[in-house]
Design a protein around this ligand. Structure first.
Ligand SMILES: [Mg+2]
Ligand SMILES: [Zn+2]
Length: 229
């Protein structure tokens, strides 16, 4: 079965998960130095990779402590149906996050949700029990930063139509390269301020409805003209 030349890349924290899981874990398990790193990132003094690496090293209690905190995290209740809808519509659905893969996979598995791929950093436990991050291999980002979601939107003539769904700062750069952007919260404000066309959304039901309406339009652009029969 060939899949539609359409990929949905969906942010996790604040988009699928109701809260930012990384911030929640830092608030509960790290000392206050994580805020200093966060502020430096927001001011643009360090990139997101340096910020995340420094912050994760501050987490105490290892995976068992993380799992206890994650018990409080709810996922958007409309996401599971959206995943099923994508599968039925033969749309590739990838989670694209600057957060932690094990956290994402744990929460998706808890809700018995299976996506096509999770792009995120890998959490590793070092010999002394300290936590560290391994970042996904990136050939090139569009913006030149070492770690950025825009790496998932390469400049290629033949590539699937890429849809970005997101809410925050980690989506700002990629929104400029996505073919269709669904934005809420800070990302919607960013798109407005930078003249990036976007579709505001409340939940994943709304995303599915809009994609369903636009599907022939977005996919036909990538079908050879001679394919009409
Ligand atoms: Mg987010
Ligand atoms: Zn970028």
């Amino acid at each position: 079965m060939t899949r539609r030349p359409l990929e949905v890349l969906c942010d996790f924290d604040g988009t699928i998960a109701r809260v930012d899981t990384v911030d929640l874990l830092l608030e509960r398990l790290a000392d206050s130095r994580w805020r200093t790193l966060e502020d430096a990132w927001v001011r643009g003094e360090i990139d997101s990779r340096a910020c995340m690496a420094g912050q994760v090293a501050l987490l105490r209690g290892g995976w068992p402590a993380i799992e206890r905190v994650l018990a409080e995290v709810d996922l958007d209740p409309t996401f599971a149906r959206f995943v099923a809808w994508c599968r039925a519509a033969e749309i590739v659905l990838r989670v694209a996050s600057e957060g932690i893969d094990r956290v994402i996979c744990h929460l998706l598995a808890r809700s018995r949700i299976v996506v096509d791929d999770v792009w995120a950093s890998t959490l590793v436990e070092e010999d002394g029990g300290a936590l560290a991050l391994r970042f996904p291999a990136i050939r090139r980002t569009r913006c030149g930063a070492p770690f950025c979601k825009c790496a998932l939107f390469p400049r290629r003539s033949h590539r699937p139509v890429r849809v970005l769904i997101g809410d925050g700062r980690s989506d700002f750069c990629a929104a400029g390269y996505a073919d269709v952007v669904f934005a809420s919260s800070k990302l919607a404000i960013h798109c407005q301020q930078h003249d990036i066309p976007f579709v505001p959304f409340e939940d994943f039901g709304a995303v599915a409805r809009v994609l369903h309406q636009r599907l022939p339009l977005v996919t036909s652009a990538f079908e050879p003209a001679s394919s009409a029969s």
